[in-house]
Design a protein around this ligand. Structure first.
Ligand SMILES: Cc1cc2nc3c(=O)[nH]c(=O)nc-3n(C[C@H](O)[C@H](O)[C@H](O)COP(=O)(O)OP(=O)(O)OC[C@H]3O[C@@H](n4cnc5c(N)ncnc54)[C@H](O)[C@@H]3O)c2cc1C
Length: 316
C-alpha cells in the first residue's frame, strides 16, 4: 500500500532536466511550495559532452552546466527527490496524487510534467540482445570505448551526423547507414562527407545486428535494389531520433500521434492544474533553451492558476 504524505504541495514537478529545473526556479521565486521528483539530475544534457548554444555560454561542458543549474535552483530552496521514478499519477480532483517507486504518494495542487524524451529504438533483429555489448544510443557516452575500432552509425539526421563527428576522433572506420537521404544540417553533412574514414550508405535498411559475446557486424539492405551487405563492426550507434517519456499520462492527457503531450501557449494540458514542458510536449525544437523557456512558462502559468488569475486548462 502506498504511504500518502500529509503535505499538499502547491507545485509538483516531474523531471530534473532543463525544463523541470527552470520550472522549479520560477515556482520557488514565486514562493510556491514546490517539490521536484526525478530519476536523474540534468536530464539529457548529461548525455552530451558540451553545449555551445545556450545563451551566455559560447561553450560549456555539460557537467558544469548541470552543476550551475542545480546551484541556481538550490539557492531558492526547493524540496527535491532525485533517483526515484514516478510510477503512477492520479490527476482527477483538485488535489493531484503522484506515486513514486519508493512507495510514497505525494499530493499537489498543480503538476508540471517535464519528463523529456529518450532515444528511439531501431527494432532490428539482435538490437536488444547487444545493448551495452556493442549497441549504444549515446555516442558522447560510449565513443571512447571504440578506439581504433570499426563502427556503424545508424541514422541520417543531426544526431547521427554529430555521432559520426564524435566517433571520427576515436574510431578506425565509420559506416553511416540511413534509411533516407541524409536529412541533417548541410554544415554537418559537409563536415562528415569530408571525413576520409567515413563511408555513407543512404536508402539502406539495417536488418540485423549480429554477434556472439558482443557485436561483430550488421546486415543492411538497399531499399531500391534489395542488395544485401554485411559490414564488420564492433559498435553500432543508433541515432534515429527521440520518443517522448509520456507513458505515465497515456490515456489520461491528450497526446499527439507520436505520443507528445499536447499543450497550449501557456503549457496547459487538457486537465486543470496540469502543465507540461520541454521535450515531452508537442512544442517543436528539442533544445535546452527551448525546454528551459517552456519550464518558465509552465511555472508562471501554474502560479497564475493558483492565485486565480488564469484558467488552469484549455480545451480543444
Ligand atoms: C546527445 C544529445 C546532445 C544534445 N545536444 C544539445 C545541444 O548541443 N544543444 C541543445 O540545446 N540541446 C541539445 N540536446 C537536447 C537537449 O538535451 C534536450 O532538448 C533537453 O535536455 C530537454 O529537456 P527536458 O527537461 O524537456 O527533458 P530531459 O532533459 O529529457 O529531462 C527529463 C528528466 O525527466 C526525468 N524523468 C523521465 N521520466 C521520469 C519519471 N517517470 N519519473 C521521474 N523522473 C523522470 C529524467 O530522468 C530526466 O531527468 C541534446 C540531446 C542529446 C540526447
Amino acid at each position: 500500500m502506498n504511504d500518502i504524505q500529509d503535505a499538499v504541495y502547491e507545485v509538483l514537478i516531474i523531471g530534473g532536466g532543463p525544463g523541470g529545473l527552470n520550472a522549479a526556479l520560477y515556482t520557488s521565486r514565486k514562493v510556491l511550495k514546490t517539490i521536484l521528483i526525478s530519476k536523474t539530475m540534468g536530464g539529457q544534457v548529461a548525455d552530451t559532452y558540451d553545449i555551445e548554444n545556450y545563451l551566455g555560454f559560447s561553450q560549456i561542458e555539460t557537467f558544469d552546466l548541470i552543476q550551475k543549474f542545480e546551484e541556481h535552483v538550490e539557492k531558492f530552496g526547493i524540496e527535491k527527490i532525485i533517483g526515484e521514478e514516478v510510477t503512477s499519477i492520479d490527476l482527477t480532483g483538485t488535489i493531484k496524487k503522484v506515486s513514486v517507486s519508493n512507495g510514497i504518494t505525494y499530493q499537489a495542487k498543480t503538476v508540471i510534467i517535464a519528463t523529456g524524451s529518450r532515444p528511439k529504438p531501431l527494432n532490428a533483429a539482435g538490437e536488444k540482445d547487444f545493448v551495452g555489448r556493442g549497441v549504444s544510443y549515446c555516442s558522447t557516452c560510449d565513443a571512447p570505448f571504440y578506439r581504433e575500432a570499426d563502427v556503424a552509425v545508424i541514422g541520417g539526421g543531426n544526431s547521427a551526423l554529430e555521432a559520426v563527428i564524435d566517433l571520427d576522433r576515436v574510431a578506425k572506420k565509420i559506416y553511416m547507414v540511413s534509411l533516407t537521404p541524409l536529412t541533417g544540417d548541410k554544415i554537418l553533412q559537409d563536415k562528415v562527407s569530408a571525413m576520409s574514414k567515413v563511408e555513407i550508405f543512404t536508402e539502406y535498411n539495417t536488418e540485423a545486428i549480429n554477434g556472439e559475446a558482443a557485436v561483430n557486424g550488421i546486415e543492411i539492405t538497399a531499399l531500391k535494389t534489395g542488395e544485401k551487405k554485411l559490414l564488420d563492426v564492433e559498435g553500432v550507434f543508433i541515432e534515429i531520433g527521440l520518443m517522448p517519456n509520456s507513458e505515465l499520462v497515456k490515456g489520461i492527457l491528450p497526446l499527439n500521434s507520436i505520443g507528445e503531450i499536447k499543450v497550449d501557449h501557456l503549457c496547459r494540458t487538457g486537465i486543470e492544474g496540469v502543465y507540461a514542458c520541454g521535450d515531452v510536449t508537442n512544442v517543436p525544437f528539442k533544445q535546452v533553451v527551448v525546454a528551459a523557456g517552456e519550464g518558465a512558462k509552465a511555472a508562471l502559468a501554474a502560479y497564475g492558476y493558483l492565485v486565480g488569475q488564469a484558467p488552469g486548462y484549455f480545451s480543444y
